[in-house]
Design a protein around this ligand. Structure first.
Ligand SMILES: [Mg+2]
Length: 396
């Protein structure tokens, strides 16, 4: 079998790729909707892979893997990897999990970092209300994740929150040394959420980046009695193209609160420091940024050897991304906790994708399905109605 074409369209805001073959089998890949304006990146790899056998997934990956980088620049390679597995599974007539070593669980746990409302004020009662709302959702999530501190507008909205300057504009960094008042406020918000969630629903917190290590340690120690699931990305995270494992080493060994990072990191090599130095307790790569689902599995296995858990990022990866997460999560070792549930956005995504269970999530789990490949496909006629003009030949 040979790859004959790679196409990319932006559906809603998610870049979607379609790899065509000379045997009529095709594969679909999808990237985070945060890459809406990066269609060129996905097409960049087209000439490198045409003519290759898509079922030799690793051979294709060896050709293009070095041509990516930390988020957002790993999305092209990652989406191609996902589409190749889709083709390989369809060609073999088996679900992708079979090709990744077979499943070790029949249903996979998800956590909620996505079924959320936009917060505009950041006081303890606001966080309590948000926790109450998430707890009441029909998915019955067993873990919910809340953005807090530097991962929100809290530094701008809470007076004297930190000693830094407020930067405005999209993706502007928020970082600095926290005031005593800022620290107390943040801790009070976590306490308010735990009051609502109790020990029935685990609470993870997406915190930064923006903390300095001493503040990170102070915050982690202050929360120890609350048994939060993890503190994510306190020091590095969104769009930081570096790891800084040694800074995490100033926090993680000195607190029982689990420390988590990894969503921006590209490739297994860049997890070595975090894992080998035991700089965090949990890693959370996003398959759609790290280099694909096999890359995610490799990192999970290596983390497991070092006593480190896995809770993959994925909130913007869309419905094909959801399918890829289900396939790989079914195969991961026992250090797997849950992946971040992703939804179709806008809602019409549910009308153009076939093969998902209904409801998708029951009691915080998704039943692993057995259709070949990723097991989800486009309803082409329905999807065509949502193509942008410049993408009108996507399904040709
Ligand atoms: Mg995060």
């Amino acid at each position: 079998m040979k790859i004959t074409d790679l196409k990319c369209a932006v559906l809603g805001r998610n870049p979607v790729i379609r790899i065509k073959t000379d045997e009529g089998i095709e594969g679909i890949g999808q990237a985070e909707y945060a890459k809406e304006n990066m269609k060129w990146l996905f097409l960049h790899y087209r000439d490198a892979i045409i003519g290759m056998d898509p079922t030799d997934v690793e051979r294709v990956m060896q050709r293009i893997r070095r041509l990516g980088a930390f988020k957002p620049w790993g999305a092209g390679v990652s989406s191609i990897e996902m589409a190749l597995w889709d083709i390989a599974g369809k060609a073999a007539g088996v679900p992708v999990y079979k090709l990744l070593g077979g499943k070790v669980r029949d249903r996979v746990r998800v956590y909620n970092g996505n079924v959320q409302r936009t917060m505009t004020s950041f006081n303890p009662e606001d966080f309590a209300e948000e926790a109450r709302w998430m707890k009441s959702q029909p998915e019955n999530f067993s873990i919910v994740k809340q953005a807090i501190s530097f991962h929100t507008m809290m530094p701008r909205e809470v007076p004297d929150y930190f000693y830094g300057e407020i930067e405005t504009g999209p993706r502007s960094p928020r970082t600095g040394v926290m005031t005593e008042r800022g620290m107390k406020h943040t801790i009070a918000c976590v306490e308010a959420m735990k009051d609502v969630l109790g020990d029935e629903v685990g609470l993870a917190l997406d915190c930064g980046p923006g903390f300095y290590p001493n503040d990170a340690l102070k915050f982690a120690k202050a929360l120890e009695h609350l048994n939060v699931m993890w503190l994510e990305d306190m020091i590095t995270g969104d769009y930081t193209p570096y790891v800084l494992a040694d800074l995490y080493r100033e926090v993680t060994p000195y607190t029982t609160t689990p420390i988590h990072t990894g969503e921006q990191i590209y490739l297994r090599q860049n997890f070595m420091d975090l894992i080998e130095k035991r700089a965090v307790n949990i890693v959370g790569p996003d398959f759609a940024d790290v280099g694909g689902i096999a890359e995610l599995k490799w990192i999970t296995e290596y983390a497991d050897l070092h006593g480190i858990s896995m809770a993959p990022h994925g909130r913007f990866d869309g419905l094909f991304g959801l399918a890829a997460q289900v396939q790989v999560a079914a195969t991961l070792p026992k250090n797997y906790i849950a992946f971040e549930y992703t939804t179709g956005d806008p809602d019409w995504w549910y009308d153009i994708v076939e093969g998902l269970p209904d409801p998708i999530v029951k009691d915080s789990h998704i039943e692993v399905w057995d259709a070949p490949g990723l097991g989800v496909t486009f309803d082409v006629e329905a999807a065509k109605r949502h193509l942008r003009k410049e993408d009108s030949d996507f399904f040709d």
